[in-house]
Design a protein around this ligand. Structure first.
Ligand code: BGC
Ligand code: NOJ
Length: 828
């Protein structure tokens, strides 16, 4: 299909574009210019509860808070063709039908652009000289998606046009909705009232919520029954109603309820008309469900629709959304020598961090929204990428997560966002889990200085009767490792550690057993060197916190355990050229020269070095050289090498993946920043940055076709060097990669690092980088930091000036809120 970019389009590509699109930094958008991207390239709408996923052809779905239990619109994953189903429009002139996002009608467009921006997506298209400008977003503080659709007649003659909207309701519980047809085909209920279409399935019984879809003008018809609109044997591409040119005014009784508005109108020469569609979610308290005469109480829906019933109101809401984002992003802005670095740090990486914060690993085009709630491990790590932007929400999140912890420090592996209660549906006994709570809480305190959070009373196991201070939760986390040591004095791995596919106590021979929830052996032997490194890395912070709080005895007790762990790593965790990965249930090493496959793993190299092990005796450098030699390749650093070629029941899921994919020799992107940070700790700024550029989406944009997933966000995995398709990414958006890369590049490469007492300035950059400027908001003050590197070093602050005065050292103090300070930094 031939897509031409119109000369009339106001926006000119500021940078060289790829065949699929380009970054528009000025508008903070990624502009897609061909609807047939190598995979659907999506965006997230919504910031706080009401969310839509939207692809570059307007596919996707909407939910409130919980993608499993409050799904508003239906979506069929892994559909044929890919990404079929969404919130669609059909424009019809004469017999010709097209869609502003190309799909579903798929009629060739004369122009097409999808502009994914921060919290909105805009589709600009043209056919038969009818120009369409569609903007979809979720206004701040609103439980609704708003779609502003403008049509312009760019000819000299009047045009008679029709417009059909379409969405398909989900019967709320997304899992039940795609399995329980014997019931669901009889429960669906709708109501049409003027231009408002209500979805009220199960409202008559236990639900206190309904959804609606309205448009701010009179309609000439509607449909609410899918079969009546599409025809039983049609897909979304050619609905019978649209082909016929007339809506059926159908009312659904069970089967599959939809919402479609039908509009018929004339556009004069040069004329533009605008409509505003609102897809909203309403909750009515028990006493307010019904009107006096027993009807649906529509007050809240009508109010919500009225809030966006004019162009001015929508424009205001869009401006407020833009301000909201600008304000968030302003917390850390770099102006550096490389546009790609700037756009990652300033826009896209921060944006992705907010998305992972909101969704954990629940809903993407790879996560179905029904499988996983909020992960304990995942959500803690996601906080690293957002504490500087949304400290209050980070605080709330920490307390929610901590409430799912058990008194012995272990944790539910996930909780459901709607209820905030932990459950074991996706496993438990991951022995790394407790430690991530220490890391996230410490990151929060360093950012905010809010030590008071430690005194908050937080339940264990969501049971208010078992509440204790957050500080007691951190102690429990720390002690969970202390109380679960194996034969070498290293931490027992439990079901698994961060690498949840290294299942050393599972021994599964049954293909119907999940590696994530099965543990067939007691687990008293298998140990993790990665957890050992984590324990020291985060445990040192715990000790510093204890000292800061004056808990000297606890600090000393903890320090003794850290020392013992360091000794255990020295004795049993070093393999000669790198750190060992683990000991299996038979006490045999993994990630060792002694192994034929899986000889070296990435995780312990990153974590032991972040823990400081081997920094003073050369082992850190040796391990990093091994990583460079054996694990790193053009598209990133693979997780392990050589990959396993056969199933090992004693290792579990890791050995189920074909070589080079996922946890078996894939570039598991989340773990790469650990190596970047480790490289900065040995002063190797060139390598740290080199690794950064191998993964950072803006630097990989040139590989767009190969990479496949969105060129503006990180993916969980890029196929590794032993894979059949090296360089191909999967599982974009919801991955700890976002937060960790942000943390690595901002705090260790660019080196602006919050501490209890101020901002530490300690860049570790490529020697050729001449300098950069960073504006950092920290505890209410603004730091305008300018780093110069005339001598071409990688690391080392030679002198620092604050507001023109030379200061000693490289720690910037906490300044008064709302004050502004100029900082000059000379490296050398
Ligand atoms: C994947 C992991 C994931 C786990 C839990 C495994 O199949 O390989 O990356 O964390 O499932 O969903
Ligand atoms: C993905 C999971 O979300 C994360 O929790 C896990 O640590 C990684 N896979 C590594 O296996």
């Amino acid at each position: 299909m031939k897509i031409t970019t119109s000369k009339k389009m106001p926006e000119k590509p500021p940078n060289k574009q790829t065949e699929f699109g380009y970054f528009d930094d000025e508008h903070k958008e990624y502009v897609i210019i061909d609807p047939k991207t190598p995979y659907p390239w999506i965006n997230y709408l919504g910031n706080d509860g009401f969310y839509s996923l939207i692809s570059n052809t307007t596919g996707g779905y909407t939910f409130y808070k919980d993608a499993k239990f409050r799904r508003l619109t239906r979506y069929r994953y892994n559909n044929v063709p890919v990404d079929s189903g969404g919130k669609y429009f059909y424009i019809r002139e004469g017999g010709c039908v097209w869609s502003p996002g190309w799909k579903p009608a798929q009629a060739p467009l004369d122009q097409y652009q999808c502009r994914h921006g921060l919290g909105y997506s805009r589709f600009l298209s043209s056919k038969r000289q009818v120009h369409c400008d569609l903007t979809c977003f979720v206004p701040l503080g609103t439980r609704a998606e708003v779609q502003r659709l403008r049509l312009s007649n760019r000819t000299e003659a009047p045009k008679k046009l029709q417009l059909y909207s379409l969405l398909e309701w989900c019967l709320w519980n997304a899992e039940d909705d795609m399995t329980n047809f014997q019931r669901n085909f009889s429960t669906g209920e709708v109501e049409v009232d003027g231009s408002h279409i209500y979805h009220k399935t199960e409202y008559r019984e236990r639900r206190d919520h309904y959804a609606f879809y309205s448009v701010n003008s009179e309609i000439q018809g509607f449909d609410t029954d899918r079969e009546a609109f599409l025809g039983l044997y049609n897909g979304f591409e050619a609905p019978e109603a649209v082909t016929r040119g007339r809506a059926g005014n159908s009312i659904a009784h069970g089967w599959s309820p939809i919402a479609s508005h039908f509009l018929e109108f004339e556009l004069g020469p040069g004329e533009t008309k605008e409509w505003i569609f609102v897809l909203g979610y309403v909750e009515n308290p028990a006493g307010e469900k019904w009107t006096a005469d027993g009807g649906l109480n529509k007050t809240r829906a009508l109010q919500m629709a009225a809030d966006f019933d004019s162009g001015e109101k929508v424009t205001r809401a869009l401006a407020a959304l833009a301000d909201y984002w600008q304000n968030l992003l302003d917390a850390y802005q770099i102006s550096g020598p490389d546009t790609r670095l700037n756009r990652m740090v300033n826009i896209w990486n921060q944006y992705q961090c907010m998305v992972t914060f909101n969704f954990s690993r629940s809903a993407s085009f790879f996560e179905s929204g029904i499988g996983r709630g909020m992960g304990f491990r995942d959500s803690n790590q996601d906080l690293l990428g957002v504490v500087h932007m949304i400290p209050e929400r980070a605080r709330e999140r920490i307390l929610d997560i901590a409430a799912t912890q058990f008194e012995d420090g272990s944790a539910y592996h996930q909780y459901q966002p709607l209820t905030k209660r932990g459950n074991a549906a996706i496993g438990k006994n991951f022995n790394d889990d407790p430690l991530w709570l220490i890391q996230s809480t410490l990151a929060y305190i360093k950012e905010t200085g809010d030590f008071d959070i430690l005194e908050e009373s937080v339940p264990f196991d969501n049971d208010p009767a078992k509440a204790n201070s957050l500080f007691a939760h951190l102690t429990a986390s720390f002690d969970h490792v202390v109380n679960n040591l194996g034969p070498h004095g290293l931490p027992l791995i439990g079901r698994a550690d961060w690498n949840d596919c290294l299942n050393l106590n599972c021994f599964s021979q049954d293909p119907n057993e999940s590696f994530q929830t099965t543990e067939n052996r007691a687990g008293e032997v298998a140990e993790s060197v990665m957890i050992a490194g984590m324990f020291i890395a985060f445990g040192r912070d715990y000790v510093a916190l204890c000292r800061h709080r004056g808990h000297t005895e606890e600090a000393e007790r903890a320090e003794r355990h850290l020392q013992a762990m360091a000794t255990a790593i020295d004795r049993h965790g070093w393999d000669g050229d790198w750190f060992l990965r683990a000991y299996d249930a038979a006490g045999k090493p993994i990630g060792s020269h002694a192994n034929r496959q899986g000889r070296i793993f990435i995780e312990p190299q990153g974590f032991c070095i972040m823990a400081g092990v081997g920094l003073d005796d050369g082992r850190a450098r040796t391990a990093l050289d091994s990583v460079n030699k054996l694990l790193a390749y053009e598209h990133g650093i693979v997780l392990n090498y050589p990959a396993y070629t056969q199933y090992h029941p004693e290792y579990g899921e890791i050995s189920t993946y074909p070589q080079g994919y996922k946890e078996n020799g894939g570039v598991f992107c989340h773990s790469n920043p650990w190596i970047m940070i480790a490289e900065t700790l040995v002063g190797n700024g060139d390598r740290a940055f080199d690794y950064y550029t191998r993964l950072a989406p803006a630097f990989r944009e040139k590989h767009a076709a190969l990479h496949k997933t969105e060129p503006y966000v990180y993916a969980q995995m890029i196929a590794g060097k032993e894979a059949a398709t090296p360089g191909q990414a999967k599982n974009s958006w919801l991955t700890g990669t976002a937060a960790w890369n942000y943390y690595a590049v901002t705090q260790f490469i660019l080196g602006v690092r919050p501490t209890f007492d101020g901002l530490l300035i300690d860049p570790c950059i490529p020697a050729a980088m001449k300098g950069f400027q960073i504006t950092r908001k920290f505890r209410g003050a603004t730091y305008e930091i300018s780093v110069a590197n005339p001598a071409g070093v990688s690391r080392g602050v030679q002198q620092m000036w604050v507001d023109g005065t030379a200061v000693a050292g490289n720690l910037l103090p906490v300044f008064a809120p709302r004050s502004y300070h100029r900082v000059e930094v000379l490296l050398g």
